[in-house]
Design a protein. Structure first.
Length: 184
């Protein structure tokens, strides 16, 4: 099951065909939205995820894929963004900030992983506990790189910018090599 915020026709016309999210003026073009949906779907299939969320750094849900009926997605999105912000601040304070910071919460039956995509987005993944966290983390980081390529600039000034990643073949070859490595 997938969920994506859809603007009304009036909102879409007013914004020139783009979707606007929150007070930070994040704009998503329809082509970017489709690419985000495809990237989330690919990640869900590769990792066996229960669900995948793409949220703004401000905590607004942008896209959800998977079984999330029992979860309050707006609340989870807000809490995840706050958790990432706290983690980033702790990392900054101890001078340990890295390019693809991943936070993982491993539970008895499920693991939740979160990753910063870029200055605008966070990727959140809930997977069954039997999935290898290292493998899921590698797949998540690759998905974050793809999403960063799809959404390099989501501000009003960048709304007319690039919408697709140019390195799809390389990414697919990398994915296949990693699958072969992990599955033997």
């Amino acid at each position: 099951m997938a969920f994506t915020y859809l603007a009304s026709e009036g909102e879409m016309e007013e914004l020139g065909g783009c979707l606007r999210f929150g007070r930070r003026d994040i704009f998503i073009q329809p082509a970017q939205q489709r690419a985000i949906e495809n990237a989330a779907g690919h990640l869900a299939r590769e990792t066996g995820a229960i669900f995948v969320l793409v949220i703004t750094r401000g905590g607004q849900l942008l896209h959800a894929r998977g079984q999330h009926d029992e979860v309050d997605l707006p609340v989870l999105s807000s809490l995840a963004a706050a958790n990432m912000a706290a983690g980033n601040e702790i990392a900054r304070m101890i001078d340990k900030h890295e390019a693809f910071q991943v936070l993982a919460h491993e539970g008895g039956r499920r693991s939740l992983l979160m990753c910063v995509v870029n200055e605008h987005l966070i990727l959140l993944l809930l997977v069954p506990r039997h999935e290898p966290v290292g493998w899921v983390r590698m797949q998540m980081q690759e998905a974050a790189r793809r999403l960063a390529g799809i959404t390099p600039n989501l501000s009003a000034a960048g709304a007319a910018g690039r919408t697709e990643s140019d390195d799809g073949d390389l990414a697919e070859l990398t994915d296949q090599a990693l699958r072969d490595l992990w599955t033997g």
